[in-house]
Design a protein. Sequence first.
Length: 127
Amino acid sequence: MNPLISEIFLEFDTGIPVYKQIFNQLSAVIASGRLTDGDKLPSIRELSSSLGINPNTVARAFLELEMKGYIEPQRGNGTFVSSRQNAEEPSPAEKKVLLERLFNKFIAEANCMGISRTDVIRYLKTK
């Protein structure tokens, strides 16, 4: 088991969403220097299984960590602490990739609720 997993403690009665607790704790571990550039994180499946929570919850925390520049996924290799963790804003190309991932996850969740892609786009155009 990855030693990082033993450092994550979840409190289910605090009112703080579980994904946010994971985000806060992992970002603190990275900011403290206990995890540095290139260190591998446990997989979403491994972390969710060890914590006894839904993998989508961990995936949401990882997406937020990625959007803030703390971590970066490497297809087929896992997720690693980013070398650009102190960067203020992703590049335009990175923004496009992040937005596409976020949008696709949003559309998938909306579809599960019976909301079509067309309905989502129609709604977004009013905002």
